[in-house]
Design a binder for this molecule. Structure first.
Ligand SMILES: Cc1ncc(COP(=O)(O)O)c(C=O)c1O
Length: 415
């Protein structure tokens, strides 16, 4: 009998029965693959349905994305292209090109009282990868991490992948999602190895005051706990000032900062992020990056260094545009009686409490999509304390936001 082609489980069964064919290989996978693919509830269900509707020709408005709608500023693109043309297309050091590490270090030196050296910086392909690498180097499976919620949805697969024990602290939802320092301290146990915070916050748009970060940093240092702070929205503050963990802390021993260019420079697809941390951690991140990345593309790092070193006018322009969009949405939805939007001080999102409609965030988001073809993210995607909220993204231009607000008003009036 010739070779047996096996195309399905049923075919495999019959082939095995009648041909004497015995499968030689039973695939087995590492448990991390199960954890990574674990059902993260239906975080993206509304968004996915919106995309499906769009493919079917419906006029859907997507407020469920956090990808900047702006083009990457032209000078950065030109810079990357020119570096491509001169052959910057080779391997690069695992920790990143020294020019970019220095550019990040200079930025940190400008924004904190501590001078920063390139040996405190590691470059990764995006903040997501920087966070994964950092937590991989700080925590073993089963170790405890404390994190406030609502939190960025992207943290969940990272925590799951690394098999961490996650203890969450609810933010003060009715108080603009502020962080209650004493609640965080009460959640930290003698098993906690990392306190993970995010300021300015996604989805909340809240900025953690420098004094609170300082207090937590000291509290953690006294207990041998790392403070890891994700600051990817640092350049989009509208009121109040973002003060980095590095600038807030009294000592840098236990401070790790994550940032990147995805949001600030509309470079989400370029994949550039970084870690700023004590050199001992950076060395370990170097080994980790050597094993997993073997360097990020040279021409992208060249253009990223250029982006950080040169005039930040385009960053200010994007920030001002997001602020206008935020103000517009708050103004229009502020007139809708049965929803109440929190005022984000930073970032790209507006959180709306929809409980007065009689719906929770999930039902509201599902019905808003069905009835008015507007896609938002249900608050419970970010944590249980935001279950009565939906998150609206500001990564759409004014005319789209205008139509979206109108549809939301019509939807709310009909409830
Ligand atoms: C708080 C936060 N951290 C990290 C990321 C991921 O950033 P990156 O594109 O650099 O991986 C995002 C993206 O939305 C975010 O909102």
């Amino acid at each position: 009998m010739g070779p047996v082609r096996v195309e399905s489980t049923a075919a495999l069964y019959f082939a095995t029965l009648f041909s004497g064919y015995t499968p030689m290989f039973t695939p087995r996978y590492a448990r991390i693959t199960e954890r990574l693919s674990a059902d993260g509830s239906d975080v993206w269900a509304v968004h996915d349905r919106a995309l499906e509707m769009q493919r079917n020709g419906d006029d859907v408005i997507l407020l469920s994305v956090g990808d900047p709608d702006f083009r990457t500023p032209e000078p950065i693109i030109d810079n990357a292209v020119s570096h491509l043309r001169v052959g910057r297309t080779h391997y690069s050091p695992s920790l990143g090109e020294i020019k970019l590490r220095r550019a990040v270090a200079d930025l940190e030196t400008r924004t904190s009282p501590y001078p920063c050296n390139a040996d405190e910086v590691a470059i990764f392909p995006g903040a997501t990868s920087a966070i994964y690498a950092t937590l991989s180097c700080l925590l073993d499976p089963g170790d405890e991490i404390v994190v406030p919620e609502p939190m960025y949805v992207g943290y969940v697969p990272i925590f799951q992948g690394l098999d961490l024990k996650v203890r969450t602290v609810p933010l003060e939802v009715q108080n603009g999602f502020s962080l209650d320092v004493s609640a965080v301290k009460a959640t930290i146990s003698d098993k906690t190895r990392v306190l993970f915070i995010n300021t300015p916050g996604n989805p909340t748009g809240a900025i953690i005051p420098a004094a609170d970060i300082r207090e937590l940093a000291n509290y953690c240092r006294e207990r041998n706990i790392w403070l890891v702070c994700d600051e990817v929205y640092s350049m989009f503050c509208y009121e109040g000032k973002h003060v980095s963990a590095r600038a807030s802390a009294e000592s840098l021993e236990n401070i790790v900062m994550i940032d990147g260019l995805s949001k600030s420079h509309a470079m989400s697809g370029w994949r550039i992020g970084w870690v700023v941390a004590p050199p001992t951690l950076i060395l370990r991140l170097g080994s980790y990056a050597g094993a997993t990345l073997f360097g990020s593309p040279q021409f992208i790092q060249d253009a990223s260094a250029f982006a950080l070193e040169n005039d930040q006018q385009y960053v200010r322009e994007m920030r001002d545009e997001y602020r206008k969009r935020r103000d517009y949405v708050l103004d229009k939805l502020g007139k809708v009686k049965n929803i109440r939007c929190s005022r984000p001080h930073a970032g790209m999102f507006v959180m709306c409490d929809v409980s007065a409609t009689g719906l929770d965030g999930k039902a509201f988001a599902e019905q808003l999509l069905t009835e008015q073809a507007v896609s938002v993210i249900p608050g419970d995607a970010f944590g249980p304390s935001a279950a009565n909220f939906v998150r609206l993204g500001l990564a759409q231009n004014h005319s789209v936001l205008k139509r979206a607000c109108k549809r939301i008003r019509v939807f709310c009036a009909a409830i």
